[in-house]
Design a protein around this ligand. Structure first.
Ligand code: NAD
Length: 384
């Protein structure tokens, strides 16, 4: 029997919900790229209920305990005295979500002598040291595709919110004002602007598709060029380097995984190449951007705005400068964990566990590391 150690974010401050704003969420069976949504044999949760917090337990408790496995769920994940670190040495499987990541560092891999599977309930396994996973023969898997559209919608929302100056305008309403000039002195239309995505994988391409009806000029930079038919359909301009794209865009949306090839990509030198008054929306990973470079460029007016939901570390400390820098529309890491997304990644986590316990191969698209090397989606999207 296995011990499954699961790290999830805390329940709401007022307790686990007893009712919800809506009675149902739409069921998505096939994703935009044709991939099938998760197909576990069964689920033990109500779609639309909160699954990603400690009490929700990703809807896995009954499934795991009925088979005699031990299921430990905690939000206490950081530091040597944390529940996570105490429970790690005899855990066979670790599950965590990128929103509240259990950082699996090289030192923790050394302690996790029994670990066989590191499972990301969501997308993005950079909180797992992939080199250590390769070295220790640990399989890394994630629920590819499960929240891509959730994130794409958030990115589009943030682009519009920044360009149109939505958040400061809303604040005037709450303050009791009617200050039209204050609201519009930084408000523009998206129409006609040049928008570029760093990476056009599942999320990046979905952002481009959603922006097309806004009559924008669309650009992309990524490792593998898209099929010509897709470039034509969306009117895309491909850029062979990110610098080349940064120079011509009014808005950059970042949708690449974090790995050595993207770490600190938007450093001072790259930010200096961007147009004055450009915006950045980063819902990928914080460390793709220089933390202090972003602050400096907002303060000196080179950037007109920055938004996103990804930070380092997570949770972000109270004094993280991105909480207080000007012209920002940050949220906590939430775009990929809407109640709609939770249905899919909880089902996908269960599907992966079913395959694992029955010794069936995981779907190739879920695999990041296997057999001591990058594999599946991992081989396409990551480097070590
Ligand atoms: P994906 O695997 O479908 O696409 C990633 C793309 O990035 C691939 O096409 C790959 O070729 C490209 N790429 C990798 N390295 C690159 C580089 N150096 N330069 C240019 N392109 C590069 O993944 P996805 O589903 O689109 O997700 C992308 C990332 O978004 C994830 O890795 C994760 O970090 C982040 N994400 C965030 C949230 C959230 O809640 N904010 C949720 C899901 C995913």
């Amino acid at each position: 029997m296995a011990k499954i150690l699961c790290v999830l974010y805390d329940d709401p401050v007022n307790g686990y919900p007893t009712s919800y704003a809506r009675d149902a969420v739409p069921e998505i069976k096939v994703y935009e790229d044709g991939q099938r949504a998760p197909t576990p044999k069964a689920i033990d949760f109500v779609p639309g209920h909160l699954l990603g917090s400690v009490t929700g337990g990703l809807g896995l408790r009954k499934f795991l305990e009925d088979q005699g496995h031990t299921f430990v769920v905690t939000s206490d994940k950081d530091g040597p005295d944390s529940v996570f670190e105490q429970e790690l040495p005899d855990a066979d499987i670790v599950i965590s979500q990128p929103f509240w990541p259990a950082y699996l560092t090289p030192a923790r891999f050394e302690k996790a002598k029994k670990l066989k599977l590191a499972l990301t309930a969501g997308i993005g396994s950079d909180h797992v040291d992939l080199e250590s996973a390769i070295k220790h023969g640990v399989t890394v898997a994630e629920v590819t595709g499960s929240n891509s559209i959730s994130v794409a919608e958030h990115a589009v929302m943030m682009i519009l919110a920044l360009v149109r100056n939505y958040l400061p305008a809303h604040e005037w309403v709450e303050k009791g004002g009617w200050n039209i000039a204050d609201c519009v002195e930084r408000s523009y239309d998206l129409e006609g602007m040049h928008v570029g995505t760093v990476a056009a994988g599942r999320i990046g391409l979905a952002v481009l598709r959603r922006l097309k009806p806004f009559q924008t000029h669309l650009h992309y930079y990524q490792r593998h060029r898209l099929p010509e038919a897709v470039e034509k359909e969306l009117g895309l301009t491909f850029h062979p380097t990110v610098e080349d794209m940064a120079e011509v865009c009014d808005i950059i949306t970042i949708n690449a995984p974090l790995h050595p090839g993207t770490l600190n990509m938007f450093n001072d030198a790259m930010l200096a190449k961007m147009k004055r008054g450009a915006y950045i929306v980063n819902t990928a990973r914080a460390e793709i951007c220089s933390r202090d470079g972003i602050v400096r460029n907002l303060q000196n007016g080179h950037l007109a705005g920055y938004a996103g939901d990804v930070w380092f570390p997570q949770p972000a400390p109270k004094d993280h400068p991105w909480r207080t820098m000007p012209y920002q529309g940050m949220t906590p890491h939430m775009s990929g964990t809407s109640l709609s997304a939770q249905v899919r990644y909880a089902a996908g986590t269960r599907e992966i566990l079913e395959s694992w316990f029955e010794k069936r191969p995981l779907r190739e698209e879920y695999v990041i590391v296997d057999g001591g090397k990058l594999a599946g989606t991992g081989a396409k999207a990551y480097t070590v």
